[in-house]
Design a protein around this ligand. Structure first.
Ligand code: ADP
Ligand code: ADP
Length: 238
């Protein structure tokens, strides 16, 4: 589904590449946890996949079509196929759960449209349905600022999935949550992953969490892939 070929990223002003000759083939159904210490290149990797970061070498293909050399309009279409969740949730605190989820239906750039109620009944229905799926049915009208961390990430997940993407990306989505909450968020992610038949790619620094949930672990070190395989074969020293 996603082919990554000789991917390299050298940020302006750096001497070392942040990603170096990464080659991976990612399939629908893979629940991939990307492991690596801080600075290993995990965020850069995720940003390349959703087209936010232009690589300096190599290419990424989605179903055979280039993401790397896509024009802006094409890139918008590609991004609609990808939902993204974040460490700090990136929600609008003074708006409700429903309003935040609605920002996902038009993409981030056009989110202000939604604030004025310019969405269709169909979009509203889809939003309420996904809010229920993440376990927040009773909280649709509550403001984000009144939610717990775990609840906020549930809203993040609902927003990422409201457009019915095929790929779910996460950049350290549980790094700000306690272990119990992190575990419940991963349970939810895995459930949605299976139900919707997604390709899921999530950065984590917690090896135990990755081993418990991933179907496949990719480990990065200094921008290079040092492991790609089954969780049971991953050794911590790597
Ligand atoms: P991780 O997510 O694993 O912590 P990152 O992808 O954030 O890793 O960073 C990988 C390397 O790239 C680090 O050495 C970091 O300092 C560098 N880096 C990340 N973003 C930038 C940037 N915008 N400009 C310059 N260097 C960057
Ligand atoms: P936190 O511990 O920060 O509250 P959780 O992720 O544990 O975060 O749960 C967030 C909220 O989601 C809970 O308070 C509850 O309202 C709701 N919730 C959690 N699990 C379920 C579930 N299986 N079904 C319905 N609602 C749930």
């Amino acid at each position: 589904m996603i082919e990554i070929r000789n991917l390299s990223v050298l940020y302006a002003g750096n001497t070392e590449e942040s990603l170096s000759d990464v080659n991976l083939s990612l399939q629908k159904g893979d629940f991939i946890c990307v492991l690596g210490k801080s600075g290993a290149g995990k965020s850069t990797f995720i940003r390349c996949i959703n087209g936010l970061q232009k690589p300096t070498g190599g290419e990424i293909l989605l179903d055979g079509k280039t993401i790397t050399h896509a024009k802006e309009e094409e890139l918008r279409k590609i991004r609609r196929e990808m939902g993204m969740i974040f460490q700090h949730f990136n929600l609008i605190p003074r708006l409700s759960v429903l309003q935040n989820v609605m920002t996902g239906t038009f993409g981030y750039r056009n989110s202000f449209k939604n604030l004025f109620g310019m969405f269709t009944a169909e979009e509203l229905k889809q939003a309420n349905s996904v809010i229920a799926e993440v376990g927040l049915a009773e909280m649709a009208n509550r403001r984000i600022e009144n939610l717990s961390g775990g609840q906020k990430q549930r809203v993040g997940i609902a927003r990422a999935l409201v457009q019915q993407p095929r790929v779910l990306l996460g950049d350290e989505p549980v790094a700000s949550l306690d272990p119990g909450t992190s575990d419940r968020i991963f349970t939810l992610l895995k459930e949605m992953h299976e139900r919707l038949g997604l390709l899921t790619i999530i950065n984590v620094h917690d090896i135990e969490l990755a081993k418990r949930y991933a179907t496949r672990i990719v480990a990065l070190k200094d921008g290079k892939v040092i492991f790609d395989g089954l969780p049971k074969d991953f050794k911590e020293s790597e």
